[in-house]
Design a binder for this molecule. Structure first.
Ligand code: TEU
Length: 544
């Protein structure tokens, strides 16, 4: 167990993201709940994780699955009660697992009492909690668009004003320039800290300092001063781990966010590596094959940028991204090998790894008829593209590849009906491959991908080099090999990955002969040649 009273404890930690709606149902209503998570803590303990990032469980009309909060201090009845939450915090803590709450501070739900008050009149005290501009029904304040499609402005006739929303109209943006609003948010965060949460994930945190008149959403000029105030007023009063979602982060900005003095956050999620298989300059729906050489150089850039002057996160999945095994691996021909390679490639690096529920089982994308999808982004995009005359087949293919519901199908626990997720009808269909891909099968097989993750989590705690080692990329321009070395004092690591379904010539450099193989995805470790999707980590204890 990590000693969580020491600042920086999270540098050795691994997090596991739970999307509560799809994790474990205990009532038969078809949606997961907090008691379901509690019932699966033994499983998570076995995996060895230290932190659960819990996607939002606060009261919400669920327009965006909880990323539209109507009461920051209440649990949505769908998930249980505040007592269930307290029980989860306590029972997780007994197992050395901390709860990282998802804070949505950029916007609230339109059903939040603040917004209901704000709608009453221009001089209501809550009116200024949101971002308003003058207008008429015919003329929008400007042409800014919402991430989920349509304008970023919605008109309120009785006020003669528009409010600003970067996401759905039901997610009005909060007005961070207002100090009363900021204080209210800080008090809420302190209240959760008192309840014993050990961390926070901050939704779209780079977008809080928007300046709509300047067409600025991300990285507004006041962003870092807001963050420093937020951190001083809340996080720095505890010993927490914090991670901000920052799509627009550059290495320079990430250094600010994760400054070692703790003045802002522990780290951010940046997404450059997750955009390399998208057509440059186009939407997330226009995809291209993964350019491996660019991926390697991108990781190299980030590993160097944050080494000793910040900290990074390591992830390939979350609730907004398609399943990585379907995206960059080979679920048809080499499901186990490629899933393990992706884990080994990532977990050998510096940073805090985040595993998304089901990733440790090798869960994959799903194909559903359009009526079965639930995500508002998918449904809006489908309508917009249909109206623009894009062929049905092309739209559906992009949903199969990139839709957010790929990640949101229920967790596959066993081969019983509905994968053991619910006794009722699941809110989103279970992937039919659950009869094979499920936790029960994985736990029974000592060579399964589950145990590769468990090993990687353990190694990070065991060897300092995983946490503190420098990073040297080898075979930079090799089209299939991703090889890197790490070094800290007398500890040395070599991570070797053969990306793809063809065997590749390669021989272990003489320095590494006799080194220990800490983890591998084939049973034996020949010195020469790499088999399809083969990956290994070597360790050598020697001053060099
Ligand atoms: O995501 C931020 C965000 O920008 C995403 O909408 C992203 O662009 C999209 O998912 C790409 O497909 C966060 C949450 O992670 C997401 O689930 C929420 O919908 C969003 O904020 C609004 O709160």
């Amino acid at each position: 167990m990590l000693d969580k009273t020491k600042q920086g404890w999270w540098k050795k930690a691994t997090a596991y993201q739970i999307y509560p709606k799809s994790f474990q149902d205990t009532t038969g209503k078809g949606t997961g709940d907090l008691q379901g998570i509690i019932s699966r803590l033994d499983y998570l303990e076995k995996l060895g994780i230290d932190v659960i990032w819990l996607s939002p469980v606060c009261a919400s009309p669920q327009v965006d699955n909880g990323y539209d909060i109507s009461d920051y201090r209440a649990i949505d009845p769908m998930y249980g009660t505040l007592d269930d939450m307290k029980e989860l915090i306590a029972k997780a803590k007994e197992r050395g697992i901390g709860i990282m709450l998802d804070l949505v501070l950029n916007h609230s739900s339109d059903q939040h009492n603040w917004f209901k008050e704000a709608l009453k009149s221009r001089d209501n005290p809550y009116h200024d909690y949101y971002v308003w501009r003058e207008g008429t029904p015919e003329s929008y304040p400007n042409d800014m668009k919402s991430v989920f499609g349509g304008p970023a402005w919605t008109y309120v006739p009785h006020l003669g004003q528009y409010y600003f929303h970067q996401f759905a109209p039901q997610q009005p943006d909060l007005h961070w320039d207002n100090p009363t609003l900021r204080r209210e948010l800080y008090d809420m965060i302190l209240w959760w800290m008192d309840l014993g949460v050990e961390g926070f994930r901050l939704d779209v945190i780079d977008q809080i300092a928007k300046e709509p008149d300047l067409h600025i959403t991300g990285n507004g000029p006041k962003l870092h001063s807001f963050l420093r105030e937020l951190s001083a007023e809340t996080f720095q009063k505890g010993c927490l781990v914090t991670v901000g979602e920052a799509w627009g982060a550059t290495p320079e900005r990430a250094q600010l966010y994760s400054a070692p003095d703790g003045s802002e956050l522990s780290m951010v999620f940046q997404f450059e590596h997750m955009c390399l298989d998208l057509e440059p300059g186009k939407s997330k729906w226009e995809i291209r094959p993964l350019p491996l050489v660019e991926l390697k150089k991108n990781f190299e850039k980030w590993q160097h940028a944050l080494h000793n002057c910040g900290f990074g996160s390591l992830f390939l999945n979350n609730h907004d991204l398609p399943r990585i095994l379907s995206r960059w691996g080979d679920p048809q021909n080499y499901p186990a090998e490629s899933a393990k390679l992706l884990a080994i490639m990532l977990h050998g690096m510096e940073g805090m790894p985040y595993i998304y529920q089901g990733e440790e089982l090798g869960m994959t994308n799903i194909r559903l008829p359009i009526e079965a999808y639930k995500d508002l982004e998918i449904l809006n995009m489908y309508k917009e593209r249909k109206a623009a005359g894009i062929p049905e087949e092309q739209i559906m293919e992009s949903i199969y590849q990139r839709g957010r519901d790929n990640a949101r199908t229920p967790m596959q626990w066993d081969s019983s009906p509905q994968a053991g997720f619910t006794t009722g009808t699941p809110w989103l269909p279970v992937n039919p491959n659950y009869t094979e891909i499920n936790a029960e099968n994985r736990l029974a097989d000592p060579n399964s991908v589950f145990y590769t993750y468990a090993t990687l989590i353990r190694l990070r705690k065991q060897y300092e080099v995983f946490v503190k080692g420098d990073f040297t990329l080898l075979e930079k321009d090799h089209p299939h090999l991703f090889v890197y070395q790490r070094h800290y004092q007398h500890e040395n690591l070599l991570v070797v990955c053969n990306f793809g379904g063809t065997a590749t010539e390669w021989s272990l450099p003489p320095y590494w002969h006799g080194a220990t193989c800490l983890v591998q995805n084939y049973q034996d470790t020949p010195v020469n040649g790499l088999r399809p999707w083969e990956a290994r980590i070597y360790f050598k204890n020697e001053v060099n």
